[in-house]
Design a protein around this ligand. Sequence first.
Ligand code: PHE
Ligand code: FE
Length: 287
Amino acid sequence: MALNDPSPPAGAAPDWTIPQDWAAYTPAEHATWDRLFERQAKMLPDRVVPEFMAGLDVLRMDKPGIPDFEALSERLMKATGWQVVAVPGLVPDRVFFDHLANRRFVAGNFIRTPDQIDYLQEPDVFHDVFGHVPLLAHPVFADYMQAYGQGGLRADGLGAIERLSRLYWYTVEFGLIRQGGDLKLYGAGIVSSHGESIYALDDPSPNRIGFDLRRIMQTEYRIDDYQQSYFVIDSFEDLLRQTIETDFAPLYAALDGQPDFAVDTLLPTDRIYTHGTQAYARDKIRQ
Ligand code: PHE
Ligand code: FE
């Protein structure tokens, strides 16, 4: 780590991990997990990729209560060699990338309060574990996440973290995929949100655009509300192949100083699945 990186908070290890302290969760906190889990488990089956549902199943995530990271990691390790480790909240970029590069997924150990059921800014254990972990049991997606971590360490050296983080945002967090002629969900930020799980597939507002690496790296994103554009991959294999076969360094260099595209931009070169009305974002602003 560079000398100017912030140091971990008291009680955290040098790699920023902390004990999950599973025994400390209150019955009310487990109940919050159960409530969120049931709502999503009911709604997702026709919307999410079957690989996600298979992950919930092999990892036995349907057991009531907040998962114990140790037991979860044991199953995940058997499936794809990944582990889930607890951290106090957001960690510095290099720490995050280093964990991913070593097949460790960092998860917040706290859970949202009942008044935050539908919306919160900081990722909690429901977003991190329910949203992200099931697909880590899928071998191709698991490799993509590790490659992303390695790419992150490299991007940091090239001053290109912001470009690379857009790829994470529009795939890992808010990605859509085309399967058998239908669009399906796979991004963790969507599948952990009841409202966005419906909006991302059904609402006429957002653009839905074919995946394009360079285009994504030039596109801004919003962290405060539902996305105004989603990008659609053809398959996890295609996502992995394109990202590992492309050397990002020349791409970062070529994009340096180029203007960014706004969140609602459509380009003549886009492969358009939906030309969004953007009504949702427009109506919000007027309120
Ligand atoms: N190929 C990328 C690079 O040259 C690394 C990478 C792979 C980044 C997969 C993201 C996802 O930096
Ligand atoms: Fe996330």
